[in-house]
Design a protein around this ligand. Structure first.
Ligand SMILES: Cc1cc2nc3c(=O)[nH]c(=O)nc-3n(C[C@H](O)[C@H](O)[C@H](O)COP(=O)(O)O)c2cc1C
Length: 206
């Protein structure tokens, strides 16, 4: 696996806000565990990244009747969600695979962010991390990339993190905490790659 270079310390340190989304509602979710591990890694080792876990569990199911007549007003929870998405520099999607695709929870959030004239997702870097069965959620990852085409998201291509959660050695404990050192290191490389790509995409005047 190729190591990703950390941006030079000589340049002005830029702290990028990473909005992180968990596609699972489960209390002991592996994907929530991946976001927790990403938070820890950023706090310990990547001062240029700050994870903002955006809880999408309370968003109403998308219904365009809930929008104002001009299509620019949304229920308060949705407005707050959209504001946090827009405030982010880049995105981390922790996406379970349900029946070869992304979960309804995650798709609902992506759809709410796609509404209105002010784009929420466009033109930002994004990374996907998955955990699942034999393919580690890889098929969900590919579906998310497909949705991201229309949202104008720019996904990093490498490295990929598709965790085979049911195989030995255990990757997560009973509460969904990531306990596998090698997977933690791979997650670190994903975050560094996201950081490097997000910096490349930053507007020059920011
Ligand atoms: C409705 C449903 C469908 C699933 N379909 C798949 C699947 O297609 N491929 C797969 O690898 N795992 C599948 N799984 C297993 C999940 O990927 C696994 O439970 C994973 O832990 C979910 O993430 P979480 O721990 O964050 O909740 C499915 C689970 C559920 C509940």
């Amino acid at each position: 696996m190729e190591a990703v270079a950390v941006p030079s310390a000589a340049t002005k340190p830029t702290v990028l806000r990473v909005a992180a989304f968990c596609g699972s509602l489960r209390k002991d979710s592996w994907h929530r565990g991946l976001i927790r591990a990403a938070e820890e890694l950023c706090e310990e080792s990547i001062p240029g990244l700050q994870i903002d876990h955006v809880d999408i569990s309370g968003l109403p199911p998308l219904n365009t009747d809930l929008e104002t007549d001009d299509g620019e007003g949304f229920p308060p929870d949705v407005e707050a969600f959209r504001d946090r998405v827009r405030a982010a520099d880049c995105f981390l999607f922790a996406s379970p695979e349900y029946n070869y695709s992304i979960t309804g929870t995650l798709k609902n959030a992506l759809d709410w962010g796609s509404r209105g004239k002010k784009p929420c997702w466009a033109d930002r870097a994004a990374a996907i991390v998955c955990a699942g069965g034999t393919f580690g959620g890889a098929r969900a990852s590919l579906h998310l990339r497909q949705v991201g085409v229309f949202l104008d998201l720019h996904f990093i291509n490498k490295p990929e993190l598709h965790v085979r959660g049911y195989e030995d050695p255990p990757k997560f404990d009973a509460h969904g905490n990531l306990i596998h050192a090698e997977t933690r290191e791979r997650l670190m490389q994903v975050l560094l790659s996201l950081q490097a790509f997000a910096l490349r995409l930053q507007p020059k005047d920011k």
